[in-house]
Design a protein around this ligand. Structure first.
Ligand SMILES: Nc1ncnc2c1ncn2[C@@H]1O[C@H](COP(=O)(O)OP(=O)(O)OP(=O)(O)O)[C@@H](O)[C@H]1O
Length: 267
């Protein structure tokens, strides 16, 4: 068996990551933000977390990314308990204006996390990421010379250049207009299918959750638990008109809406 095959069999090479959340709780002083969250994020799929405001979605992403630690329970990344930022994880935040460096051009912003990668490979990865998000010709612009949607493409390209096995996205499209949001949703689905990455998205937008997801993790009111995990059995590739008029889409959207509005998401 070659080294590459060995690594791949262990899930260490190009294969997407899986995540296991086992009884995760997080308290901030006297405030219990999440309690006993047990959930599975399968490899090579799009999982989406939805829940009422303040239910601890961002807290969970911080714990998964190793930026914060749980008060109880654990998160495993490919079977290894997370106790720091795992290799193979990249994150995209809502606020691109704070995550991109305004004094760096697009190509330098994308190359920034690749400092330890040899120069030729770094250039190839930057080009590959630019191609993936359709930023060709914009390499030498500064972020402030671009629209919000284009800036978020830069942030996504920077994450992709790291060749992530898991892409975490915290409300990634909450700051762009509806048309751009739809384009970026399709871009994410295209990239996820082409590159076979595990994607975990937090969103407030119920339409977006159903449109993107293979499965949706619905959190309850705080202190939060998993109220339900919903398998989204809609065909891929998805399309904003065809998918959103599918009776199954309407049914799942209605179910998630009722869960978020109703008593069924009470803890
Ligand atoms: N660093 C912190 N210190 C103290 N309390 C915190 C901290 N971070 C989050 N919290 C509290 O934990 C709870 C969950 O917050 P969190 O931001 O994770 O929820 P959320 O679901 O992402 O919220 P929203 O939907 O409004 O974005 C809230 O009560 C919040 O005030």
């Amino acid at each position: 068996m070659t080294e590459a095959q060995h690594l791949r069999d262990r899930g260490d090479a190009d294969s997407p990551a899986e995540l296991d959340l086992d009884g995760v709780s997080k308290a901030y002083g006297d405030t219990l933000a999440v309690r006993d969250i047990t959930a599975y994020v399968p490899a090579g799929k799009v999982s989406v977390i939805v829940g009422p405001s303040g239910c601890g979605k961002s807290t969970l992403l911080r714990i998964i990314s190793g930026l914060d630690s749980p008060s109880d329970g654990s998160v495993s990344f490919n079977g290894v308990v997370v106790d720091g930022v795992p290799d193979g994880l990249a994150m995209v935040f809502q606020d691109y204006s704070r995550s991109l460096f305004p004094w760096m051009r697009v190509d330098s912003n994308i190359a920034f996390p690749l400092k330890r990668v040899p120069r030729e490979e770094r250039a190839a990865r930057v080009q590959e990421a630019i191609d993936a998000v359709g930023l060709n010709g914009k390499e030498k612009l500064y972020p402030w010379q671009m629209s919000g949607g284009m800036q978020q493409r830069v942030a996504i390209a920077r994450a992709l250049a790291c060749h992530p096995k898991l892409l975490l996205m915290d409300e990634p499209y909450a700051s762009v207009d509806a048309q751009t949001r739809a384009e970026l949703e399709d871009l994410l689905l295209k990239i996820q299918a082409e590159k076979n990455i595990t994607v975990l998205v937090v969103t407030h937008d119920i339409d977006e959750s159903v449109y993107l997801a293979d499965h949706i993790i619905v959190l309850s009111k705080p202190p939060s638990v998993v109220a339900e995990t919903i398998e989204v059995d809609l065909a891929r590739p998805r399309d904003h008109v065809v998918t959103k008029t599918d009776p199954r889409f309407v049914e799942i959207r209605g179910h998630v809406t009722r869960m978020l509005r109703g008593a069924s998401v009470s803890a």
